[in-house]
Design a protein around this ligand. Sequence first.
Ligand code: GLU
Length: 477
Amino acid sequence: MTKNHIRVRFAPSPSGFMHLGNVRAALMNFLFARQKQGTFILRIEDTDVARNIDPEARQIISDLAWLSLTYDEGPHKGGPHVPYYQSERANLYKQYLQECQEKNLIYRCFCTSEELEKRRQRQLALKQPPRYDRTCLKLSGSDIDAKLAANTPYIWRFKLDDTKTVSFYDLAHKTMHFELKHFSDVPLTRQDGSFTFLFANFVDDKEMQITHIFRGEDHLTNTAVQVAMFEAFNTETPVYWHLPIIGNTEGKKLSKRDFGFSLTDLRNSGFLPEAITNYLAIIGHSVEEEIMTMQKLIETFNFEHLSSTGQIRYDFEKLRWVNHHWIMKYDTTKLTALCRPFLIQANPAFEHIKDEQLATLIGHIQQELVTLQESADALKFVVERPHIESQLLVDHQLEKYKPFFKEALTDIETLPAQEAAQTLSSRCKEKGLPLKDVFALVRIALTGKPQGPQVKDLFGMLPGAEVQARLNVLKGS
Ligand code: GLU
């Protein structure tokens, strides 16, 4: 590995699901690694038991595979820094903690969370920035010994040099400066002896020789104190990109309440992985072409000209638009295989339709599909006779066209599908009737809806006798 070799990582907590912010962070790390011939690492940050919903991070691993964001080092893959689960790396953190102790970079803090909270409230009331007041930094050796002898629980804090300003380079914000006097001395451990996110995350980034850290803007203040740790260990600080937070349509941070926030929601409602990564790569940027393959994104994504700060708006309609484009790009065989589970879920009768026949059906509705799930609604009429709203027929002026249907439908009764559709259309023209109106009524009779597949296709999508039976409604009594 050369000194300039780029190493990036996606470091999620196994919270059980990926949200779009996670996916975007993973995607940007992946694109950067691939563009610069670097290494993309997956590291599972599972030191916080409370957030450890999916202990082996199976969901995250399968989501990354589904999105084609393949990593080069990580769980099940191995690499020079195994293990890639932080819960299995405690010995390393202990060594670092010891080194910090030897270098006199840390001190024990015996303050209880109630005391800390009280002081914090007091500081807020006095309009002071809430920071740890360093009570325990002032303890004498004998005070500490006494507390230890009494088994008083404690945590280790990293002492920040409050006379210093730390600086680091961010691809979007450029050089950033933070005065350490505004920060609390960083907790490195919890009272149960486990390690905090801030510490484990720093140790691993240093050990794994991470060169660039791309993560959400919400980590900006964490970065400031972690840079102080890199400096205390005389290690070159990585380059950062603090990705803008994705906001909902009201401008608030996207949350669980917003539909489409969770990747599982999107997958279960028939969004394609290519569409999701494509969409997340183009939001917040001006791009010449909007529909791009992963390869194209790797080649063209411009990390030198990033939209600086601010929020990115989650535009669900745009995502739907991108998804439709990707659906149109798929060949019908592939699309059919993907739609089949959605169809069967909606109606088990779809199980009996053979691949070839189903592919023909899908081919007829492909251009109206926005999500895979919509195929179930679009093809429902094939396995279920539709309930026809009489008002719909009234609205589409059935009365006016009844005489025409009475005559024309009798004429086409015995014709094969293609010919029947053609004959109906020429009869309509002969009579000078608007094809659009007549065909809307035919569609209502066959599918229950005025819009949908072309009539010439519709005639072939159902058995001949079924077509005739459904069309009877247009003749009236
Ligand atoms: N575990 C952290 C998170 O999920 C990682 C942040 C980072 O990328 O450093 O927010």
